[in-house]
Ligand binder design. Structure first.
Ligand code: ATP
Length: 360
């Protein structure tokens, strides 16, 4: 296994696109630590697959270097990088049995027969396919086939990392949860470096220790699920993570306050001055917006209330800007409401980037 270092990577698919400044990856400078479980999360077209293919060696970056530990592997083929990949559609041999599929990568590497036997038997148990070991793969369900793909990566001892590209896309919804938990458990047992590409935040947040959020060819934040929730470094992260996403309100700064419409909001630690001319915004998650009786906070107009199981989502307006509040079960909603923001949950943004707080 290896630490994977992406050293100032940029990628344009053609020289013409590069000349036009049209980069699929604009600048990636990041390391995946040995043994970590990472998710690459972002909307369609943000560059996740491009980055994954650069790690595996299917693509050579236009600029920069890929290193596994200290070794520069930028020009090495996928085979020489010892990377296992699990794609959207399981890549397995339908005419082989489950056992033969698992043994295949080991046979190719001339692993002694007895060791193949031991490893394959162990892997069959870990992926829960012992009872189907001698069945042909073609009769199996999509999730069983995807388990074989995964097992084929894990069965090898020489793998530097396992890369997953949206591996649950073709899996039945009710099996997704099971496969996801199994994957997490296998990571715990094997401690392999795993990089998992998805545009589904639930998958990313449940699988990964660290989530790498990508937007428009760049990494905008790397953090634990809690960090992404509590302190989104970019308004995109606030909007993309969480359901519903973070409220982002345009504001002006006046001394240490943020001003929205005619409401003054005192910022904890004071609003640190943003660069002159910067677009300033206030971020607050809907979970930290309380709705109280009129006269006790900032005046809002309630536009719509949605019941979603144990919670209610209240869609309101504050001086013409949209404001969403999530009310937990049992919380009453006043007919005429004001909003109160939890000061600890306020984030200030300048040109979409978080303005760090002054140390208190
Ligand atoms: P998705 O979730 O839809 O798979 P993604 O985040 O994986 O998206 P990429 O597939 O890496 O995004 O694409 C990043 C950018 O590069 C997009 O603008 C895409 O149109 C472009 N792109 C991808 N493959 C090629 C290619 N072979 N030639 C030219 N442009 C490409």
């Amino acid at each position: 296994m290896a630490r994977i270092r992406l050293d100032h990577i940029r990628h344009a698919y053609t020289p013409e696109l590069a000349r036009a400044g049209n980069y699929a990856l604009r600048e990636i400078d990041h390391a995946f630590e040995d043994g970590g479980a990472y998710a690459l999360l972002g909307p369609s077209g943000c560059g996740k697959t491009t980055l994954l293919n650069i790690i595996s060696g299917l693509l050579t970056p236009s600029e920069g270097h890929v290193r596994f530990d200290e070794r520069d592997v930028t020009d090495l083929s996928p085979e020489l990088r010892n990377i296992a990949q699990v794609f959207q559609f399981p890549v397995i041999y339908d005419t082989m049995t489950v056992r033969e599929n698992l043994a295949f990568p080991l046979k190719n590497r001339k692993v002694p027969k007895a060791e193949i036997e031991t490893r394959v038997t162990d892997m069959l148990r870990r992926i829960g396919l012992e009872t189907k070991a001698d069945r042909k793969a073609q009769g199996l369900t999509a999730d069983e086939k995807q388990k074989i793909s995964l097992g084929r990566g894990l069965v090898r001892s020489d793998v530097n990392a396992i890369l997953f590209d949206e591996p649950l896309t073709v899996i039945d919804p009710h099996m997704k949860w099971q496969l996801r938990s199994q994957l997490k458990e296998l990571h715990r047992q094997f401690k392999m470096t795993m990089v998992y590409v998805t545009h589904d935040q639930t998958e990313a947040l449940t699988f990964a220790d660290k989530v790498v959020v990508m937007y428009d060819g760049e990494v905008v934040q790397i953090g634990t699920p809690e960090e992404l929730f509590e302190r989104p470094r970019h308004t995109f992260v606030g909007y993309f993570i969480g359901s519903p996403g973070m409220n982002v309100l345009q504001c002006q700064l006046d001394g240490t306050d943020a001003v929205v419409g005619s409401a003054r909001i005192s910022m904890p630690g004071g609003a640190r001055a943003a660069a002159a001319g910067a677009k300033t915004e206030l971020g607050i998650r809907p979970e930290f917006v309380r709705l109280v009786p009129r006269g006790q906070g900032l005046p809002v107009t309630i536009d719509r209330v949605e019941d979603v199981g144990s919670e209610r989502i209240v869609r309101a307006s504050l001086f013409g800007q949209k404001l969403v509040s999530v009310l937990s079960e049992g919380t009453s909603l006043p007919a005429e409401a004001d909003a109160v923001f939890d000061p600890a949950a306020l984030n200030l943004y300048a040109d979409s980037w978080l303005v760090e707080r002054r140390p208190s």
